[in-house]
Design a protein around this ligand. Structure first.
Ligand SMILES: [Zn+2]
Ligand SMILES: [Zn+2]
Length: 57
């Protein structure tokens, strides 16, 4: 298992999946958005590299 999961907002590697959320892009569903617990807490923005959607709204 060498797949690396990286937070979409802070680009940090996810080492502890607790509190991490993953969901498909709300707009195009073409990319899996990953957000770590920290970025959820501070409501950090994420961006889809496929369609350019910027969340969290
Ligand atoms: Zn993060
Ligand atoms: Zn998208």
């Amino acid at each position: 298992m060498s797949e690396q999961i990286v937070c979409n907002s802070c680009k940090k590697r996810i080492t502890n999946k607790a509190g991490t959320t993953m969901f498909p892009c709300p707009k195009c569903a073409g990319e899996e958005i990953v957000r770590c617990e920290h970025c959820r807490e501070i409501v950090s923005r994420y961006a889809c590299s496929k369609c350019g959607f910027i969340g969290p709204n």
